[in-house]
Ligand binder design. Structure first.
Ligand code: SF4
Length: 354
């Protein structure tokens, strides 16, 4: 799991096997979404046994699955060396979304996020990133089953994707292959807390996914407090990178600023104006703002904004010509919502199939 075409070709050459075996296994892994060699019955039995002895197909084990009253599913998986990995399936009438993790835990210390409490456990491999998607697709649509209207992927689970850049890009390239999972970059969004040099690098990629930048404050003193990564790359540096990224967008494409609304902290009328000023000052036009109501948790000292204030915040941005959307929280009851992933295993959660 996690090997691309070239690496599989090399592997089979090393085993003294013909080249087409690499294609068969590529399809077995990523098109048929099989997680064991036993199921790849188009391979000779002796080869299957040899592969099972010498290599590894599945690199994750599903520990638990939690299902929300709104249909959202949270999967708590483990790497072979025991680290937690969480993935969320969010059903939607028009298109389903899978929110996956790029790291186990997260080294950034965003003050409103439960994942921050885990710290960084380790980067996930390309195989561990891909297998999350395979596990979810198989669970929802059956092993190798067709997705009814395609699936969007968002790298917004545990971790900062740009701190695991190479593995993330490798995984996305493998997943884009039309003879595999065939999830094209246009259906993928990578969300960063603001690792500025990597935004420039990302902008240069030929076939790159969509970008979301988590902003959550329009002034340095507040952003320093909410998202300490801002002390390293303050707002002006982040905006300069956003401007560069914007230049690479094609007609009709946009990127996103995410803004977690915290009651009484960053949600005032003045702060909405400040955000609009910032966007205007930097001449950003191909941008939309996703307003994310804070998802409360016991260990976090914040409360969600008043719904009336959320509406006002949105209206102020729109009155300044900026597109703004309020994201509906999903899966709060099972700790699956934004900022809630912390490998929770509460006994009061409905757990299906350990
Ligand atoms: S919001 Fe994202 S980047 Fe920040 S601590 Fe949480 S997982 Fe890490």
């Amino acid at each position: 799991m996690g090997l691309g075409r070239d690496e599989l070709t090399e592997l089979f050459a090393g085993l003294g096997e013909p080249r087409y075996r690499a294609d068969q296994v590529f399809r077995g892994l990523y098109e048929r979404r099989l997680r064991s060699f036993d199921e790849m019955t188009d391979l000779p039995k002796a080869l299957r046994e040899r592969l099972a002895a010498e290599t590894e197909v599945s690199v994750l084990e599903v520990e638990s699955k939690f299902v929300s009253i709104d249909g959202t599913r949270r999967y708590l998986m483990r790497t072979r060396d025991g680290y937690p990995v969480e993935t969320v399936f969010i059903p939607n009438e028009s298109r389903d979304t899978i929110c996956f993790s790029s790291q186990s835990g997260c080294p950034l210390k965003c003050d409103f996020c439960l994942t921050a409490k885990l710290g960084l456990l380790r980067n996930l491999t390309a195989g561990e990133i891909i297998e999350q998607i395979i596990v979810v697709l198989n669970d929802v649509y059956g092993i190798g089953g067709e997705t009814p209207h395609g699936t969007n992927l968002v790298a917004m689970g545990e971790g900062e994707p740009f701190l695991n850049f190479e593995n993330l890009i490798k995984a996305l390239e493998i997943m884009a292959d039309e003879k595999g999972l065939h999830i094209v970059p246009g259906r993928v969004t990578v969300s960063t807390a603001g690792i500025v040099p990597k935004i420039y690098e990302f902008a240069k990629l030929e076939r790159r996914p969509n970008l979301a930048i988590s902003l959550s404050a329009a002034s340095d003193p507040l952003r320093d407090r909410l998202m300490p990564i801002n002390r390293k790359w303050p707002i002006e540096d982040l905006m300069a990178a956003a401007r560069e990224f914007e230049k690479t967008l094609k007609r009709g494409e946009r990127f996103t600023f995410e803004y977690v609304l915290l009651g009484g902290v960053n949600d005032s009328d003045r702060q909405a104006e400040e955000l609009a000023d910032l966007i205007e000052r930097h001449g950003l036009r191909k941008v939309k703002i996703n307003l994310i109501p804070h998802n409360p948790a016991e260990q976090l000292d914040y409360r969600p904004s008043d719904p009336e204030q959320v509406r006002r915040f949105k209206e102020i941005l729109e009155s300044r010509g900026i597109s703004a959307y309020v994201r509906t929280p999903r899966g709060r009851d099972i700790y699956a919502a934004c900022g809630q992933l912390a490998a929770k295993h509460e006994p009061n959660l409905v757990q299906i199939g350990a």
